[in-house]
Design a protein around this ligand. Structure first.
Ligand code: FAD
Length: 434
């Protein structure tokens, strides 16, 4: 149960996923006494463990694009950022570029405008350039996206896509769990403490102020601030004490499947692979170790997403339906693709807001903070988000409004408004998905 000293901290972080671990690193570096608890025995075993780990710099708004670019600089210098010595195994960023097809939805124009505003470099490619670089893709227009049992899905395409955006600097981290482990170790080197297999069952309040949390064994942790970064479990922990009652943005848990598909014979994805953002067929794939593709759908354009009521109750196996439609769509884009017999992939939960932006904010209770609604996009930004959360916690504990003061990214000095991540934002100004 721990001694009184062990049970106290300046900041208690619930959740050792990539976000909680990153916040722990930033807060511990800034001199705070940080205690992280996770209900699992491993680090990064929640949504982080099922992440595709794609690090892309395009987004539908300038601030998200800038944040991704600032985080990318960190991923490119991961060992140095962590302060890890040469003996520590660290996650590796693999640069493969992102090809964002112009599906005629307006997304490409919006993403290009966002990157220009954020001073993020990108190229506009013609059809000839796309075909020259990636001859294994069929760049016909198959869309608008349709169900695979619709006859139209199989009709012969007559038009070609007009072009694409290409960001050479994008890529992926093949082992997102290791990245979370790295961040947690870095936080521990800065003095943060970690308790594994330690489920929080309740956030404790005194009046309108947080005072700590109660654990499953009945013991209590006491802290000046509590940051709930429990991924898909954040909503239930915070809602249970009325902590989401003033939220203007609704969140939900969505089951997401990723499938593995071996590359066709003769195609070496280590040399010719790219992260494909295909709004025309509603798919999104990256190269995976073992000369395979890893990917899934681009959102709910065709099939409804599966909303999960209890994040502890969802089918962790890849389903025949999703596997079939995702591989068939990829096979339209890559005619040489064989449809494998083995059905393999990864299933995880998105914690998603209705506008697809994360919530990094305080709550209506003093000292209680949330990092939630990270959906399918916040692994890539996690190293900078830890610092952003430090800004949120420090300004609020000092009695100031974090949305009224810019967050300055320590690596680039770039200035961000945290109002974009507020629980009180207007969700109608949402994101367009690629
Ligand atoms: C299928 C899938 C693919 C994705 N692909 C990408 C991608 O390509 N690129 C990208 O940028 N992002 C991607 N994401 C999103 C990204 O992975 C998440 O945004 C990120 O991992 C969220 O991290 P987290 O730390 O907030 O949550 P989690 O990783 O879920 O961590 C939360 C932690 O809290 C712990 N916890 C929960 N409840 C309690 C409790 N009561 N007490 C104590 N501990 C508790 C859990 O055990 C867990 O370790 C993807 C997500 C999914 C699901």
């Amino acid at each position: 149960m721990g001694t009184e000293v062990e049970n106290r901290a300046d900041v208690l972080i619930v959740g050792a996923g990539v976000i909680g671990a990153s916040a722990a690193f930033a807060l511990a570096k800034a001199g705070h006494d940080v205690l992280v608890v996770d209900r699992n025995s491993g680090i990064g075993d929640g949504s982080t463990g099922s992440s595709a780990g794609i690090i892309r710099v395009h987004a539908s708004d300038a601030q998200s694009s800038a944040l991704a670019a600032d985080a990318l600089a960190v991923w490119n210098n991961w060992r140095g950022f962590l302060g890890a010595d040469s003996t520590e195994e660290v996650a590796r960023f693999v640069r493969c570029g992102s090809l964002i097809l112009d599906a005629g939805t307006g997304f490409v124009d919006r993403a290009a405008a966002a990157m220009r505003a954020a001073e993020v470099s990108y190229e506009e490619w013609s059809l000839d350039e796309m075909s020259g670089h990636f001859p294994y893709f069929d760049f016909h227009r198959f869309g608008p996206p349709r169900p695979v049992d619709d006859d139209e899905f199989w009709s012969e395409p007559t038009e070609l896509l007009p072009g694409a955006l290409y960001t050479a600097q994008s890529g992926y981290v093949g082992d997102p769990t290791l990245a979370a482990v790295n961040l947690m170790h870095a936080a521990q080197r800065e003095g943060a403490r970690l308790r594994r297999s330690t489920p929080v069952v309740r956030i404790d309040l005194e009046g309108a102020r947080v005072v700590g949390a109660t654990l499953a064994d009945g013991s209590r942790l006491r802290a000046e601030a509590v940051l709930v970064a429990a991924g898909p479990h954040t909503d239930s922990l915070v809602s249970a004490i009325g902590g989401t009652s003033d939220f203007r943005v609704r969140t939900r848990r969505i089951r997401e499947e990723l499938v593995h598909v071996p590359a066709p014979a003769g195609l070496d994805l280590a040399l010719q692979g790219v992260h494909l953002v295909d709004g025309d067929l509603n798919i999104n794939f990256r190269p995976e170790l073992g000369n395979a593709f890893l990917g899934g759908s681009n959102g709910d354009l065709v099939e409804e997403q599966t909303v999960i009521e209890d994040p502890d109750e969802f089918d962790p196996l890849v389903t025949a339906d999703v596997w079939e439609r995702t591989t068939l769509r990829l096979a339209r884009r890559i005619p040489a693709l064989g449809i494998p017999r083995a059905r393999t992939g990864v299933v995880g939960l998105y914690d998603a807001a209705e506008d697809w932006l994360p919530i990094y904010d305080r709550t209506c209770f003093d000292g209680l903070f949330v990092a939630m609604a990270t959906s399918g996009t916040q692994f890539k930004t996690a190293p900078i988000v830890g610092e952003l959360l430090r800004h949120v916690v420090e300004t609020e504990l000092d009695g100031r409004d974090h949305t009224a003061e810019p967050f300055l990214a320590p690596t680039s000095g770039r200035s961000y408004s945290t109002a974009q991540f507020s629980r009180l934002r207007d969700p109608r100004k949402g994101q367009l998905r690629g």
